[in-house]
Write a protein of this length. Structure first.
Length: 631
């Protein structure tokens, strides 16, 4: 049992805050997927958010102030400056708008009639589009930007079915005489709580087929779809000292394999969320057996979360809420501890249904993702180690010897100086005895000349001993700080708590060691509730200066500035975050090794690693599952 020492002074929490950011808290607890829509439809001048229910269609419409003429029927009477203008009654205007404005037509040919719930002036909702104004790499066209004028007419409309819900529903924008859209409309459609598409342009009549299971509702036009189509997905992460198997599944699909034990057949009530989540995790940890290098390792149920497929992809459902069984999604993470990096990992996938006959599976290693599909005829997902020149992250003791610079010893010159000293003694002795001095003076001159001539050439270099340590130059200070920081970061790549503590102890000393260890355990407790633990992929010391501290031992205060780039993969996406720190790190020689004994955070900054300097990304998540490395 390793000692656990509680923090003794409030000031230590300042230092711990730095280490918490450096190690386990490098980014926020919530996990967001990093797919980004490149259509640009979320920046269209007009936006329609459409939701189809069992008995109606609801529309939240933002009308650009420059396109009010097209949506004139929805403008309230009291908005008109000229009150003498005669307008048809609202009911008549809505009837006309239903036929010629935003139209919803059932498979029987009946046009649904619009009812107005709300119309008021607002400012446009800010829908983040990181590539607005940039060139789409697929179309080579410029991604449009949102209008500079943010004023909109916000309208809420309801289109009742007035009977049985249709099987198909055609959605059409306001059209001109040639059948073209009069204005640009970006739209998104939900069937109940499931997004049917990502933001797309409504440029022509489009037909939506409504399935009893909203997940499988879809448009006839294949370009109108969502990025996340699959209800069941498998992700394998192979990392040093750990293999993770992550599974995303709908609760509804689990009914084919297990008893959900719910009171109703439509909703998961709030008080049922945790028990159901636990049962799902325990069920999946026994399925899809995984082997590492031919051996079946013990599975560890890392965490289970309810997820939501949103506009930016998969998101953790933070607050408990009543969920529809048909749309509820669960993500389960199962971990396996390994000795290093395996040579082969296999997953025998067992979960198929009549409707799910193909499961997307992705294996991600330090070089990047490898996607494939699993089928009943080919259910084994195999990852093989083809990595070349890959070095496992290690933590090494940082010896004092060799880090303080070197002493250059001219061997022949030293020998000649010894000879010169001997010649001087010889000369003095002969002088006292009144003997000739020619021979000792010649010997002294020869030693002096030989030593001077050999000085630039014949020498050996030895490490400067600690007793002769002086001020440390900037180059050595930066090298020492970088090595110690890498050690601290890499210590938390290990999964076993004992390994983490032992590795950390190589670079951190005393009470600070216990505090850092405890702080990381607390951070991990938060992460188990749904956060992602970043692993530091790169640390770069940009600047470092050393100052000798007189503390009864060889001690330096290293004032440094460095960046730390962290990355984590979850559910098929790579998330990155980069921070810059400025701090004074106090190091001391203990038992022949350098250890961190103090920290003083002075500044910290968030740096977006993948967004250009003119970008406005609020998340810093990396677009796409980009990776580095080679195989």
């Amino acid at each position: 049992m390793r000692p656990v020492i509680a923090p003794k002074a409030p000031w230590k929490f300042v230092a711990l805050r730095l280490l918490a950011l450096m190690l386990a808290g490098l980014w926020a607890a919530s996990v967001r997927a990093d797919w980004i829509n490149l259509s640009g439809a979320e920046t269209a001048p007009n936006i329609a958010e459409v939701t189809v229910f069992d008995d109606r269609v609801e529309v939240a419409l933002e009308v650009y102030v420059g396109d009010l003429k097209t949506f004139e029927a929805l403008i309230p009477d009291d908005w008109l400056k000229d009150m003498s203008v005669k307008r048809p009654p609202l009911a008549e205007r809505l009837a006309r708008f239903s036929e010629n404005g935003l139209q919803f037509v059932t498979d029987s040919g009946r046009t649904l009639k619009a009812e107005l719930r709300l119309a008021e002036p607002r400012l446009r909702k800010d829908r983040y589009s990181p590539f607005a104004g940039m060139i789409n790499p697929f179309t080579r066209g410029r991604v449009p930007e949102a209008p500079a004028d943010k004023r909109v007419l916000y309208v809420e409309l309801v289109y009742p079915f007035g009977g049985t819900a249709p099987k198909k529903l055609t959605i059409a924008p306001p059209l001109d005489a040639d059948g073209r859209a009069k204005v640009s409309i970006g739209f998104i459609v939900f069937h109940k709580s499931v997004p049917v598409i990502d933001f797309r342009y409504l440029g022509a009549p489009s037909t939506l087929t409504l399935d009893e299971d909203p997940w499988y509702s879809k448009f006839d036009n294949p370009s109108l779809s969502r990025h996340h189509k699959d209800a069941l997905m498998s992700f394998l992460y192979v990392e040093p000292y750990e293999v993770r198997h992550e599974i995303i599944t709908r609760v509804k699909d689990l009914e084919a394999w297990m008893d959900l034990g719910l009171r109703g057949d439509r909703y998961i009530e709030v008080d049922e969320l945790e028990p159901l989540k636990q049962r799902i995790g325990e069920f999946l940890v026994t399925k899809n057996p995984l082997t590492v290098d031919g051996a079946a390792l013990k599975p560890i149920l890392d965490r289970t979360n309810y997820l939501r497929v949103g506009l930016t992809g998969v998101q953790i459902l933070e607050a408990p809420e009543r969920l529809e069984i048909a749309s509820a999604i669960v993500g389960v993470i199962i971990s396996y501890i390994t000795d290093g990096l395996p040579q082969e990992v296999k997953v025998d996938w067992q979960l198929f249904t009549d409707q799910i006959q193909r499961v997307p599976a992705t294996a991600t290693d330090p070089a990047g993702p490898l996607p494939t599909y699993l089928t009943p005829g080919d259910p084994v997902h195999t990852w093989t180690n083809y990595l070349k020149n890959y070095e496992l992250p290690t933590v090494r003791r940082v010896d004092v010897t060799g880090s303080l610079g070197a002493l250059r010893i001219p061997v022949i010159t030293v020998v000649c100086l010894a000879g010169l000293l001997g010649a001087v003694v010889w000369t003095l002795l002969r002088h006292r005895r009144r003997k000739p001095l020619r021979l000792p003076l010649a010997a002294a001159a020869l030693c002096l000349a030989t030593g001077a001539a050999a000085y630039p050439y014949a020498s050996v270099t030895v490490s400067r001993p600690a007793l002769m340590a002086g001020e440390m130059d900037d180059e050595r200070a930066a090298a020492l700080l970088q090595t110690l920081l890498k050690n601290v970061y890499r210590a938390f790549d290990f999964r076993e708590e004992g390994d983490v503590y032992d590795k950390l102890a190589l670079s951190v000393s005393g009470d600070l060691l216990a505090d850092v260890y405890l702080q990381n355990r607390r951070s991990m407790a938060v992460q188990q509730a749904g956060g992602a633990q970043a692993k530091i992929k790169e640390v770069v010391v940009e600047e470092a200066h050393a100052r000798r501290v007189d503390a009864g031992a060889l001690t330096y205060a290293l004032r440094g500035r460095w960046t730390a780039l962290g990355a984590v993969g979850h559910w098929g996406h790579i998330h990155q975050r980069k921070n810059r720190y400025e701090a004074v790190v106090t190091v001391r020689a203990q038992d022949g090794a350098w250890k961190i004994v103090g920290l003083e955070l002075q500044d910290e900054q968030r740096i977006d690693p993948t967004v250009p300097s003119a970008g406005k990304s609020p998340t810093g998540d990396q677009p796409g599952a980009s990776t580095t490395g080679s195989k």
